[in-house]
Write a protein that binds this ligand. Sequence first.
Ligand code: SF4
Length: 52
Amino acid sequence: MHTNSSIGCNVTECKYHAGSKNLCTLDHIDVVKHTQKADTVECTDCGSFVKS
Ligand code: SF4
């Protein structure tokens, strides 16, 4: 499996998670904010998440 060592991720529920390693398998992800203005880390998320 191709993994991207530049994108660490612990969202094991995602279709693109590497499984045994806490890495993403995509070459590119979109990080998004879900509030108008991001003030805290909770305001940001991975926009490329797809439920596995
Ligand atoms: S797409 Fe986002 S949530 Fe899914 S494994 Fe990659 S970084 Fe994690």
